[in-house]
Design a binder for this molecule. Sequence first.
Ligand SMILES: [Zn+2]
Length: 366
Amino acid sequence: MTKQRNVAVLFDERVQAHNPEVEEPFLPGRLERRVREILKGLDVKWSYPEHPGRLTAIMDLLAEQPIPGVRIEPGQAATHAQLSRVHTTSYLDDIYALRGQNAWLDTDTTAVSKGSVEAAEVAAGTAIKAVEMVVSGEADHTFAVVRPPGHHAEPVRARGFCLFNNVAVAATHAQSALGMSRVMILDWDAHHGNGTQDIFWADPDTLFIDMHRAAPFYPGSGTLEEVGAGFGEGTTINIPLAPGTGDLVMIKALREIVVPAADWFQPDLVLVSAGFDAHRLDLALNASYDGFAAFTGILQGIADKHCDGRLAMVLEGGYHTESLSNSVHAVLKVLAGETPADPGDCGIEEVEAAIDYHLPAFTETD
Ligand SMILES: [Zn+2]
């Protein structure tokens, strides 16, 4: 155990009012007809995968197994001005008009319920608070436990269960209001953060690095050659991963691409789009709890080296509630100062024990 650090988990119950239930009546229109046709074509009964139980699982586990150094703080709502650093006024008008309604936003089944607009404002505002607290020194590191997630949301479009791009709203707030001119965002969610990439595509002051399962996995973007453009050419870095990729390969990518990129960029603040659907129980990739702990140690090292430890994490995906809650718990322990174990090949100890058990029967002679 190294020095204990002061970590704030930010959680606000208002985000749980985002709860689209497909049985309820939705705003009529073309999208409603299209999505209902898609759902009718499915063999199984469909329910909205990005549901309040995700965050309940995280907060319940933290209450059952508190971590020394980790405290819980309330969130806050983002203002129109803060959201408009990332989203267009017309998009914000369209979203605000959906207060109190059930409506589909995209044929990928992204939807809102009656409380979703406020939930999305609070998710983005809580991400802002996460950066405010690490910049002011109120916490060494922060973790915003928020939903709806954000990294698929584009300036003018909701997608992939995301309404407002929380991490981008937090990054632009740090730059515009907190004097953090150079911000690095590492996205380790299993899906490519197409929205975040789009927002910072031509911005040389924001380094966006995304490790994700390669196309054709959703949303299909994030090839090696997507590196930004104009002033921002070179400050977008994509690391597409093969299906089945596990801890050791992701750690290699972090050590051999992300660490040198951070040394080159020299961030004033490090943000993580922390999704947990790369965990093997979530089926997208093959990371483990030890893997997420190790990833966290590497990011913490980057923040310590370049920016006085200023590291804020914002929750993205992760749909298997057991692996989601345990992964977040593993990350928080490292943020609070625990040294992460070096993950080995999953199952190697067990197979070595099996070898020791069986081999003498074939090789020992009497
Ligand atoms: Zn994801």
